[in-house]
Design a binder for this molecule. Sequence first.
Ligand code: GLC
Length: 647
Amino acid sequence: MENFLKTLSVDEKIKLCAGKDYWHMHDLDGKLYLVRNADGPLGLRRDIVNEQGKWIGNRPAVAFPSAQVLAQTWNKSLAYKTGECLADECIEREVDVLLAPGVNVKRDPRCGRNFEYFSEDPYVAGVFGREYINGIQDNHVGTSLKHFCANNIEHGRYWNSSEVDERTLREIYMRAFEVACEANPLTVMSSYNRVNGCLMSENKKLYDILRSEFWREDGLIMSDWYAVRDHVTSVKAGCDLEMPFHEQHYKDLVAAYESGDITEEEIDRCALRVLKVIEQCRVNKAKQQIKTDLEQRMDASQSVATEGAVLLKNNGILPLKQDAKVHIVGMHAGDEYFSGGGSSRVANHQKPTSFDEALGAVMPNAEIGIGSLREGLKFNKAFEDAYGKEAVFYISGDSETEGVDRHDIRISAYDEMQICELASINPNLIVILRYGAAVDVSAWEDKVAAIIYAGYGGCHANEALADLVSGKVNFSGRLAETFAKSLADYPCTANELTHAINRYTDGLDVGYRYFDSHPEKVQYPFGFGLSYSTFEYSDLKVDVDKEKVNISFSIENTSDADGADVAQIYVHEVFPVVYRPYKELSAFEKVFLKAGEKKTVSVTLSHRDFAYYSIAYDKWTVNAGKFEIQVGKNAQDICLTALLELK
Ligand code: GLC
């Protein structure tokens, strides 16, 4: 492409440094392949515009569960499968780059975009981002890993500065991008916010780390939409592509070149990265083959919703008896399509099956009633209907979105009141939570029989839920974020965000890295989830060689129900020379086991998995000494430990 670049005029190269319009990269009026970008992480959002180019809606697409629910499956192959299906959706709609995945770490449970993100842990976020990218790019469609970086709250996102110390940036907020970049994403999208005062649309320092250490020197960085303040500064910093096209910014760049404020060489650096991506998309196009049909994509969506739902409490009421008398109630008891908003909104291409319909299909002998309070039913009608039933479902949910944060993490006062009232009438109450992030359940948790965190479940959310509560499928979801008892328990609330400054005084103490030292503040720990099965761990063996640490252990399904458990492997440094969180996740495996089955799990860690980022030496550093391998079912349930010595 270097030679082709030489054939272009400066004006043409300047045009390449911005979009042609809202979605496309510039094709130099037909000289180049026309690349179309489109959202989003939960499914393809291809807009429909009228003759005047005005947005009038989104084209129907397969709605996948939220990234939160995908991570709660802890199933790497489902992330890949989701990517594969999304690639086919893109191919059918002639989209070259899907603006996904989002791997921002969930620091603040209020963040309106948490449903689009995977985890509080950077390794889990990075692994799911990596597998998702592989699934898309192995099928010759591009991705845009986003939003680089430390974009962890929506309040004031266009201007506020995430004030993060360098070690925390390295070990937490950039770490997720480092792991995801193992998939070599076609592009990266920088975020709106500032980091330590510098806009991420012009943050040369962090771009250089990204390209030189995690990714590739010629990796294309695009801005988030309208994130660029000063196009000349952005191009100089290495933000190659301003999205979308901005007339004045184009003129500014021309003027800056003509006045000598920016050199042709500086423009060429960005223009060349854009040309390479355009060429990659042109080559991709010729290789594209549809592998899945609509049915298979919806099945994949349902698999994610099924494996990503988390059983938080169960007094034995679940699974339901096949002939149970069941009543479903709540503001969202109907066929409400649950999803987040903003760029992740997907136009579900069919009316979702309602929960009562889905439940009836898998439990034909059950007696199922529904009393959606939205139909103006008299308040006590719902209670009369619920009275005496063997199981009452209360469905509570919301729709979170970019640009807005939640004020609190409790559910609505109305829903809390309903749940408490219903529980006093009938304790066989099962609460279904369809939210985008952690929820404070403390006001009612002890009054109900069961709680299912189902999240935004996509196009077959209710089919998945019905399979789980009927026992047709076993729960295997685990939380990928800590549910604390209340918002105040999260360390990020210690320093409230001012209008422009967001001080990350919690540092490395994000999620379980903090709550391990404050277990009393935890309602449900990172990695937590119940199952109809029970599992036992044994035989931990650890073998250290000069480059690797080989770990093996056994898991047995000690119940009469087939199921799956998620083994988490943590590293704890016994005598650190710097502050380190008590333990950090270094590997995980989801293991499917038939009733009574026992399997041996093997994972291999590299010495990098024991390292911290040293600000003193400016590099990842392993302190020779004692480390403990901790194998657990969740952050607060460690089953096996073994001590090892690194020289
Ligand atoms: C939005 C989002 C980004 C999305 C882009 C295009 O504001 O921040 O995630 O891909 O703009 O819609």
